[in-house]
Design a protein around this ligand. Sequence first.
Ligand SMILES: *[C@@H]1O[C@H](CO)[C@@H](O)[C@H](O)[C@H]1NC(C)=O
Ligand SMILES: *[C@@H]1O[C@H](CO)[C@@H](O)[C@H](O)[C@H]1NC(C)=O
Ligand SMILES: *[C@@H]1O[C@H](CO)[C@@H](O)[C@H](O)[C@H]1NC(C)=O
Length: 528
Amino acid sequence: MKSMTLILLISLCVSMGRSDFAPCFYDNGAGSSNGNMGLFSISEDTSVGSHVYTLNGSDPEGEPVTYDMTFDKGSKEYFSVEPKSGNVTLIQTLDREVQDEIVAFVTITDGRNKVVENVRVFITDANDEKPEFLDLPLVVDVPEDAASGSSIYRVQAVDRDLGSGGSVTYYLQETFLHQLSFRLQSTPSTKFTIDGHSGALRIRSGESLDYEVSRTHFVTVVAKDGGGKYHGKYQVMTSTAIITINVLDTQDSPPVFVATPYFGFVYEVSVPGSEIFTVSAKDGDQNNPNTMHYSILSGSDGFFSINSTSGCISLTSFPVQLRNELYELQVKAAEVGADRFSDYSVTTVTVRVVDLNNHPPTFYDENGPQNCFELSMYEHPPEGEILRGLKITVNDSDQGANAKFRLLLVGPSRVLRVVPQTVLNEAQVTIIVENSSAIDYEKYQFLTFKLLAVEINTPERFSATAEIVINLLDTNDNIPKFSSEFYIARIPENSPGGSNLVSVTATDPDSGLWGEVKYSIYGSGADL
Ligand SMILES: *[C@@H]1O[C@H](CO)[C@@H](O)[C@H](O)[C@H]1NC(C)=O
Ligand SMILES: *[C@@H]1O[C@H](CO)[C@@H](O)[C@H](O)[C@H]1NC(C)=O
Ligand SMILES: *[C@@H]1O[C@H](CO)[C@@H](O)[C@H](O)[C@H]1NC(C)=O
């Protein structure tokens, strides 16, 4: 109960011998002002120097009285008293929030008798306090997926004034970012709202946060009191604070493939179902990771498949069916989460088909592997002519570098030549006449060559050899030749007819009929 405590040390106007009565303060009854400053209250915003009260009392004998006021030792002296008039002046600044009542001793004396009374003076509130924010600085960490409209923080400010002046409401203001000492992206406070009474800070409905767009928002919040009197005027007091809203990256980071780049190998011994490589991706949101769903987007040509849960890539065909040496698989890892398959990453898995070089080059004719090819042809074919009678195929069924080899023709030099000179995997072998005159039946009835296929880039240098035998057929390419360019014959005159004159010989190296020679003579006297 708020009541004045009045202690009368010598409170009654009693007789003090020789019928000299002590002076006393007027007492006008409860609810009215008393002359002793009892029941008095003073507003904390009262200016120093103000005349705030007049002590009032009298002496029964009508003697003039004087007044005084004292304070406990060590406590502040708030008032001074003008002894004759009893005028009380405020001499110290008041602050209800620090001290809300003053204990004083008021005295009245007629010169002989002194009456001291203990009084309490109450200090009443004025609206002199600003709302003060608690928990400064105001920093809020919000996951970027916080729901639109959700409450993310509760701002609290306290105003120590009483009543309306001590009530607090809140509102948001545009933030003046240029006042901040560091440069920031301007983020209008329209993303947020605050509940005026509770101070609950919310994401405005229809708005959302995005870590990738803005990691920090600054919002100015104003705390306002309900207003009250101060120095006779109505005043409202406010405080502002900046709320730093840190947006936390959450649940939307794409998966990350671990330990890239990825290389896998297919060996010749692989079979359908053989494991080639296992990819692994982790959710970028490490706190609450989702499981992964793997798939091959492209590049497999139907030869590879992936286990959607384990990330294991396996072969679906036999290696011999793989036409390329390299396959670049685009592999996707998607999160299985709330937003099904929305977050994903893609990586490349390079699969190399590894060949063991277990196939040497081999020559073939229409009937299969062959190491001897024979041909009959006439001598002196035209230069540049293809030996069409030879149907030679060469093949190395390894892959890539292992299937690359050179073709060589070994034999009488510069007679025939072979194309192509280098082969990848397979080629038709063509043999072309280079020097016609060297192909002469009269010199050789058959020609033999060795056709070589030698791997170029392999450590093994596998090779193949085939014999090429060319049986030459004669043509009538030689004219008969006399054994001498001229013959001299001497014969005695009158020799009888039928006498031998001279024997001439002509020969022709061609075979058969083309080599037979017939003689005849002509010229003057030939008829003899
Ligand atoms: C003192 O009190 C008396 C009696 O109530 C009153 O008549 C008088 O005016 C008062 N004096 C002052 C200065 O207030
Ligand atoms: C006491 O206060 C009254 C009222 O304000 C004033 O008229 C008077 O002059 C004062 N007396 C002295 C001695 O200051
Ligand atoms: C995928 O891998 C998981 C885990 O290794 C396994 O349990 C599952 O059987 C595999 N699925 C297929 C289709 O092979």
